[in-house]
Structure formats: structure tokens, C-alpha cells
Design a binder for this molecule. Structure first.
Ligand SMILES: O=P(O)(O)O[C@H]1O[C@H](CO)[C@@H](O)[C@H]1O
Length: 329
């Protein structure tokens, strides 16, 4: 495991310290100072110091402090491809960063500019079903915060439960139902570090109303107003897609779209007082009646194919919203 010595230098697991070496890490070459090994428990909850070290690693090499953080959903990695003057960090080369294991999540952090704003984008997020605890899944949001990010743009691919939604539509999230939270699981579980935020954060108005309204207006000028909705997202643990009974229950609870991500990222972002904008690309319609139709079964290939098809519209929405933020700053 990569660790740090008492000078804050990066060291590799064999104890040899690298000095601006090929894997992008930095440190002494004398080999005398002992690397700090973080325990599995420490990396379970990611202490402030580890997050700070990761943020410093990125900012130092990117040479800029990003203001907007983007998390690309399944098949939506192209949101990061439109970033200019990009510096790309493979997750494997960032000390103490988890690795992406899901198809459609490249595992790269891209830092650069978009519409004149400094941005950082995750091409690949971490999901609970990959075996990561929620604190680890959303740890990059805290890294973003300590890099200087003020706005989180979280995107996802999701199944449409609201019968009015069609495949390819975009649902601007204005609220969520935290099913993992119902089951007693939270990214904020464990000791609270007040340097990030309060022990008991409120989550009403988590989704920035002003940004939602701006996105609706942008949708109109793009001529896609009939494909844009505002609704409630729910995150389940996955990796199974939902049963009909579960989908019926979610619909009764007022859920419009379902996925396996985003909610823990939003919770983490709101805890450290970031402004949040999030949307779901509806990649499949969820059945809420029993039938034998095979084509009603969700599958990840279809999810990614739809996302690829709609990436242009998603990129335009994100770019133009960032442009609006820039106008106001
Ligand atoms: O939420 P994102 O990462 O977009 O991915 C969605 O797509 C995958 C299922 O096809 C799940 O990981 C679900 O959460």
C-alpha cells in the first residue's frame, strides 16, 4: 500500500521513497524515513489528513484549484472528455484512492477548464456493491472539497419509475429517498470530523433550486424541454436490478427514478456545504406490472448504450450550466 512518511512525502509499499518519479509520486530518495501505513480501518473512514494529502497531490500536479466537481455516471464519461487543458490522473496512481471496477467507469480523474471554470471530473465513481463502504464511495467528494470545489455536479444512469418518463429523458434531481439510509447505512457513519461539517446535517433543500431552474431554462433553449423532468431519485444497494414488488413500493414512496449511486455523494457534499446539482439520465423504463416480456429486464449494456446516445445532450446541459455559474461569479 502507498503511504506517507512524517514529512508528508509519498512512499511506496516497499519503503523506497520516490522523488518525482514515473508514477507521479513525490518524496525522498534516501530510503531512511519509514512510510506511514494506514490501517484498513483508517482507510474505511478516511481521516481528514488522508483526504488532505490526496487533495494536495492533485492540486500540486494539476496546478489549479477546481471550483466545480463533476461525477460522471455510467456511460457518461464523455462529460470529462470536453474538459480543456486536461491533466488526467489514473485512480491507481493517486495515493490511497480506490480503483473503479465497473464497466463504463474508466477510473480517471480529469482536471482542467470548462467554459472558463476550473473543474475536476471523476470518470468513474465508486458504488456500494463493489464492496466499498459508503464513506469510501463518497470520499472523493471530500477530496474535491479540499481541492477547493464549491459545486458538485453528480450525474447517473437510472431506471425510470415514473410512467411519464421515457428512455433518454433527463430527470433533474430535486430530492432523494435514501434506501441505504433506511437500512442504517450512511457515508457519515462513525466519528464526525467537524472540519468537514456538523454531526447532524439537515438535508432539506439539498438540491440547489437556482441551478435546477437554470437547467430547466437551458433545456428549453436546447429544445428538449419535453425530455426534461424534475423528480425524486432513490439509491438501492445493487448490484441486482429491482423486483417488480420493490419498484411498486418505490413508486408508492414517490420515487421517480432508481439507481445505485449518487445519494451518498450528495449527503457527503451537503455535509461539507457544497452546492449540489444532480441529474439522472433515464436509460430504461422500469416495469411496475408483472409480465413475461424479456425486453423489460434492465441490463448494463443497454444502460451504457443509451448513455452513449445521449452524451451530447448531457454534455451541452452541463457546459451551459457551468457557463451560467461563471456569468454569476
Ligand atoms: O449510477 P451510475 O454510476 O450512473 O450507474 C448505474 O448503472 C449501473 C447499473 O446499470 C449501476 O451502477 C447504476 O447505479
Amino acid at each position: 500500500m502507498t503511504g506517507y512518511n512524517s514529512n508528508g512525502d509519498v512512499a511506496t509499499s516497499n519503503g523506497n521513497h520516490n522523488n518525482s518519479n514515473s508514477n507521479g509520486t513525490n518524496g525522498n530518495s534516501n530510503g531512511h524515513s519509514k512510510p506511514v501505513e494506514y490501517t484498513a480501518q483508517e482507510l474505511h473512514t478516511y481521516p481528514y489528513e488522508v483526504i488532505q494529502e490526496i487533495a494536495d497531490f492533485i492540486v500540486k500536479r494539476a496546478g489549479i484549484r477546481p471550483k466545480i466537481g463533476i461525477i460522471c455516471g455510467s456511460g457518461l464519461g464523455s462529460l470529462a472528455d470536453i474538459i480543456q487543458d486536461a491533466k488526467v490522473f489514473e485512480y491507481e496512481k493517486i495515493p490511497n484512492f480506490p480503483v473503479s471496477t465497473v464497466e463504463g467507469h474508466a477510473g480517471k480523474l480529469v482536471v482542467g477548464t470548462l467554459e472558463g471554470a476550473n473543474v475536476m471530473a471523476m470518470q468513474g465513481r465508486f458504488h456500494f456493491y463493489e464492496g466499498y463502504p459508503l464513506a469510501k464511495c463518497s470520499m472523493p467528494v471530500r477530496v474535491m472539497k479540499l481541492c477547493g470545489v464549491e459545486y458538485l455536479f453528480a450525474t447517473n444512469a437510472a431506471g425510470g419509475i415514473n410512467p411519464k418518463f421515457n428512455v433518454g429523458d433527463i430527470m433533474l434531481m430535486h430530492d432523494h429517498v435514501n434506501m441505504l439510509g433506511f437500512a442504517g447505512n450512511s457515508p457519515l457513519q462513525g466519528p464526525n470530523d467537524p472540519r468537514f461539517g456538523p454531526r447532524f446535517p439537515a438535508l432539506v433543500n439539498s438540491y440547489n433550486r437556482d441551478l435546477i431552474n437554470k437547467a430547466i431554462e437551458i433545456g428549453k433553449t436546447m429544445g428538449i424541454e419535453s425530455n426534461i423532468h424534475v423528480g425524486v431519485y432513490s439509491c438501492l444497494g445493487g448490484p441486482t436490478y429491482e423486483t417488480i414488488a420493490e419498484l411498486k413500493a418505490l413508486r408508492m414512496m414517490g420515487v421517480d427514478a432508481v439507481g445505485m449511486s449518487t445519494v451518498h455523494e450528495v449527503i457527503t457534499a451537503r455535509h461539507c456545504d457544497m452546492k449540489v446539482f444532480a441529474f439522472s439520465l433515464i436509460t430504461n423504463k422500469c416495469p411496475i406490472e408483472y409480465s413475461d416480456k424479456k425486453d423489460e429486464e434492465a441490463n448494463h449494456e443497454e444502460v451504457m448504450a443509451v448513455a452513449k446516445n445521449r452524451q451530447k445532450a448531457c454534455c451541452e446541459l452541463v457546459s451551459r450550466l457551468i457557463c451560467e455559474i461563471q456569468k454569476g461569479s
